[in-house]
Design a protein around this ligand. Sequence first.
Ligand code: 5GP
Ligand code: ZN
Length: 114
Amino acid sequence: MPSCLFCQIVAGNIDADVLRIGELTLAFRDIRPQAPVHVLIIPKEHLANVAELTPEHGPLLVETAGMAKWIAASEGIAESGYRIVTNTGPDGGQTVDHLHFHLLGGRQMTWPPG
Ligand code: 5GP
Ligand code: ZN
């Protein structure tokens, strides 16, 4: 999937501010942050969105949750709190078709999202 932007980041062909590399996942800062902390956690494997997850992806989701917890601690927002969001399809606001989880924190989040 050479045309996929996030696959290119995983491959190291496009620069990103990478915070942590896991066995199955990669975490890097969003290029247009929507909060003081805005990190994307993605699977190294290309999956378009959550609709492509299967039972075999259990370890991937567990690693994603652990990655979020580790980043929240290292960014100093473990206690103040944070939000994890994944957008799917046009109405969900998905603009990059490689599964990614937004980790947002460092300010009060609003609900419901716009
Ligand atoms: P989506 O809109 O699909 O939920 O989220 C895609 C996210 O990827 C956006 O928040 C956008 O700012 C981020 N993004 C798009 N291109 C790049 C890039 O080249 N590098 C990084 N680090 N983030 C990107
Ligand atoms: Zn991809």
